[in-house]
Design a protein around this ligand. Structure first.
Ligand code: GLN
Length: 282
């Protein structure tokens, strides 16, 4: 059997992934570095390095699963978010780049409120809660999720990033499990319309339905969350939520209903799409 090199495997596998992703080479590199247990840069510095038959087989198995539509982070078990590496499993939504902008808004707010009490609603992998706890070192954080399996992943991420002692994990529906009002409510709740499920990319449909879908217009959880929010906030507190790009007006109206005296704003992501709600209480 001919010896396989890193580069020959990558070349063949990039072709295999072309139909499923617009970044086939990157994904092939991420899978191969995962199988070889080396950083991706090692693939560039030693493209002629030999790969054992067992490693090549393990790599091809993952490649076929990826080609069949499994999301890459579920295959490697990892996803980068805000410069940190997170454990992900099929029990959690895969962290998205647009949610990094939500974290940025939170960190900016926390500069003026460094010792704030924060609640991340629908924490999933814990990417928001852990990043905030890690980068705003005086905060205490409640991380809430209705899924015990998701909370188990979030706990592992908190431990891995050494912030477990400042995060309290709570299982339950939206704000119901919070034991006290907080200064900052943050979250990326499900906001996809049920009718849109069939139009989602196949790999997105491998993610937990309950992390994505929220009623006929995608608003049912954002609505309930905003209805519950006034009782869960301290004076001077704030709300920061992610939403769908067509939902700005409707969500801003829900926020004004709940918080008539607050400053309600819609914010855009880096692609210029309306994507976040901010509410600042007086
Ligand atoms: N932004 C996600 C998507 O693209 C949706 C995340 C959510 O529902 N909170 O599908």
């Amino acid at each position: 059997m001919p010896t396989l090199s890193v580069e020959s495997l990558l070349r063949a596998s990039s072709l295999r992934l072309q139909a499923i992703t617009d970044r086939p080479r990157l994904e092939a590199e991420l899978l191969l570095s995962h199988v070889l247990g080396c950083p991706r840069i090692a693939l560039w510095t030693a493209p002629e390095a030999p790969v054992t038959a067992a490693q090549a087989q393990a790599f091809r198995d993952l490649l076929e699963r990826r080609a069949a539509g499994e999301p890459l982070p579920y295959l490697t078990g990892r996803r980068e978010f805000y410069g940190l590496s997170f454990i992900v499993t099929p029990a959690v939504l895969i962290p998205r780049p647009e949610t990094e902008s939500l974290v940025e808004l939170a960190l900016a707010w926390l500069e003026g409120h460094p010792a704030a009490l924060v609640a991340d609603i629908g924490t999933g992998s814990g990417c928001i809660a852990v990043t905030v706890a890690r980068l705003a070192a005086q905060t205490r954080v409640y991380a809430v999720d209705i899924s015990a399996d998701a909370l188990a992943v979030a706990r592992r991420n908190a431990a891995q990033h050494h912030v477990a002692e400042r995060i309290t994990f709570l299982e339950g529906d939206l704000l119901a499990p919070l034991p006290e009002p907080v200064d900052l409510l943050i979250g990326n709740p499900p906001y996809v319309a049920e009718s849109a499920w069939d139009t989602l990319p196949p790999s997105v449909r491998r993610e937990p339905r309950e992390a994505l879908l929220a009623g006929p217009r995608g608003l049912s959880l954002l609505r309930r969350l905003l209805q519950q929010a006034p009782a869960a906030l301290r004076p001077g507190g704030a709300v920061l939520l992610e939403l769908g790009e067509t939902q700005g007006k409707a969500v801003a109206r829900l926020a004004r209903d709940s918080f008539p005296a607050a400053e309600v704003r819609l914010r855009r992501d880096l692609a210029g799409k309306v994507r976040f709600l901010s509410v600042q209480l007086p």
